[in-house]
Ligand binder design. Structure first.
Ligand code: SF4
Ligand code: SF4
Length: 487
């Protein structure tokens, strides 16, 4: 009888001890009864068996959808520019109709923190559904395994080929697989860089060998990164590189939804070689190991919850297909909680979950409030450093200012310019300016005042910019007006 690893003991050591390839536990080796499995897999390599089923349909839909979004989004234009464009050279980030600037970094940071809290909340409630259904590492690994299956055949053939002397057919199949992987990796790299530079021009430049060296570097980097991570490292990334798999155990409790084997129902295991043998003391598990063969991280869910489990539910679908075939109720391996397995009631709302939910809700409210009150105009006023002030022929004092005006709205605006702070302060030459949607204009303004009103060398003044279309869009910038000592 296997022992479940208590949640609080969910450590690397515990898992490694149970699943080391060198373990003496013969259940981790492929069944000798299967002629295709007559040799154990190569050390460290996991031959994942493809499986259908309810959760895998959801997973495939989610994976294809996310990949489609990733590859298609950089090609969609909005108002004459890419829908999502992180324009580093202009320090502008276009996301749908909104444009964010470097001063909005705090906002982007806030959104990232919000996403992190969302992930914590989901983890407390439903375990590692993010890992299983939407993490890019899982999504791309799924795609690579999908190609592997199509080009090299199902699991038993792949094992047989890898343990047999190399043939021309094996060489062709492996070449086709690695070519497909590299092409996907290249497409991934181009799409990634396409979020930072318009992708149509990037593809033309790339094909005509005129791409910018930095673009080439990042495309190459992400091609290699994707090829290695999804093709070779796969679950090793989850086990050794992803910090989330390490600290998620701290967020789990006995009420968290996890993929679990119902040991009370499954044990003692039946020997599946003895077909038709039924005994009252025998459990529902026929020890077919299908749940192990479909596991992308190569673990045996019957050993209890392990940190390698990414919650993909492939073992649920695999076991359900077995249970259906032997006319047993489904759900020997299922989504459940530790409390439910112990026959206790699962409590959904608990302090940890409520705390995360309240924190997340508060952050969403603050974000919405900030976005609603965000005025889509940004003005930067700097005094002209060349000239402190000038005297005009009619006895007035003139000061110059360099102004950068960004219209952060999705449509163009005409702004009225005005100045306050001194009697008779006058804006010379320009009183309105038109700025296109998400456009930045630079201008040089001149303010004049009667020399007699200056009682000191420096006076605070305000420059006001107000949209004529929407007067609520107003920006007031404080600056100084300089003059003679005023004696
Ligand atoms: S144990 Fe099951 S849910 Fe966990 S990774 Fe393996 S197949 Fe997926
Ligand atoms: S798939 Fe189900 S029946 Fe087969 S070994 Fe796994 S738990 Fe047992």
């Amino acid at each position: 009888m296997t022992q479940r690893i208590p949640l609080q003991n969910l450590t690397t050591e515990a898992a490694v001890e149970h699943h080391s390839p060198s373990s003496n536990d013969s259940r981790h080796q492929p069944s000798n009864n299967n002629p295709s499995n007559n040799k154990p897999p190569k050390l460290g390599h996991i031959y994942v068996r493809e499986i259908g089923g309810f959760f895998q349909r959801i997973r495939r839909c989610s994976n294809w959808l996310l990949m489609a979004l990733y590859f298609v989004l950089p090609w969609i234009n909005w108002g004459g520019r890419p829908l999502i464009w992180f324009d580093l050279s202009a320090q502008e980030f276009h996301i749908f109709a909104a444009t964010f600037y470097t001063q909005d970094f705090i906002l982007l940071t806030w959104i990232l923190v919000l996403c992190a809290f969302g992930l914590f909340l989901i983890t407390v409630a439903a375990g590692r559904v993010w890992c299983g259904y939407s993490c890019p590492q899982s999504v791309w690994t799924f795609l690579f395994i999908w190609f592997e299956h199509r080009l090299e055949g199902p699991r038993h053939r792949r094992i047989r080929r890898d343990n047999a002397p190399r043939t021309f057919d094996t060489f062709l199949r492996k070449t086709a697989k690695h070519t497909a992987w590299l092409l996907i990796a290249l497409a991934t790299g181009i799409a990634f860089v396409g979020y930072f530079t318009p992708i149509r021009a990037l593809v033309v430049d790339f094909v005509s060998l005129n791409a910018h060296p930095w673009a080439l570097f990042w495309i190459g980097f992400f091609t290699v990164f994707t090829y290695l991570n999804a093709g070779w490292l796969r679950h090793q990334v989850c086990l050794h590189m992803c910090p989330y798999s390490r600290f998620q155990s701290a967020m789990f409790d006995a009420n968290t939804l996890i993929v679990s084997y119902d040991a009370a129902r499954g044990e003692p295991r039946r020997d599946h070689h003895q077909k038709g043998v039924e005994a009252p003391s025998v459990g529902d598990c026929i020890d077919c190991e299908l749940c192990v063969q479909v596991c992308p991280t190569g673990i045996d869910i019957r050993d209890g919850l392990q940190y390698e489990c990414i919650g993909c539910a492939a073992c649920i679908d695999a076991c359900d297909s077995v249970m259906a075939r032997i006319n047993k109720p489904l759900g020997l391996v299922r989504y459940t909680t530790e409390r439910a397995l112990e026959g206790k009631e699962t409590r959904f709302w608990r302090p940890q979950l409520i705390a995360y939910a309240v924190a997340l809700l508060s952050m969403v409210v603050l974000l919405v409030g900030f976005l609603n009150t965000r005025v889509p105009i940004d003005v930067d006023v700097a005094r002209d450093r060349q000239t402190l002030f000038e005297n005009t022929v009619d006895g007035r004092i003139i000061n110059y200012y360099n102004v950068t005006l960004r219209n952060q709205a999705g449509q163009s605006h005409r702004y009225a310019l005005s100045a306050e702070g001194l009697p008779g302060l006058h804006l010379q030459g320009m009183d309105t300016i038109e700025v296109g949607a998400n456009e930045t204009r630079s201008l040089r303004l001149a303010l004049t005042a009667e020399a007699g009103v200056l009682t000191q060398p420096s006076h605070p003044v305000e420059l006001r910019f107000t949209s004529l279309e929407e007067p609520s869009i107003t920006s007031v910038s404080e600056t100084r007006f300089l003059g003679p000592s005023g004696e």
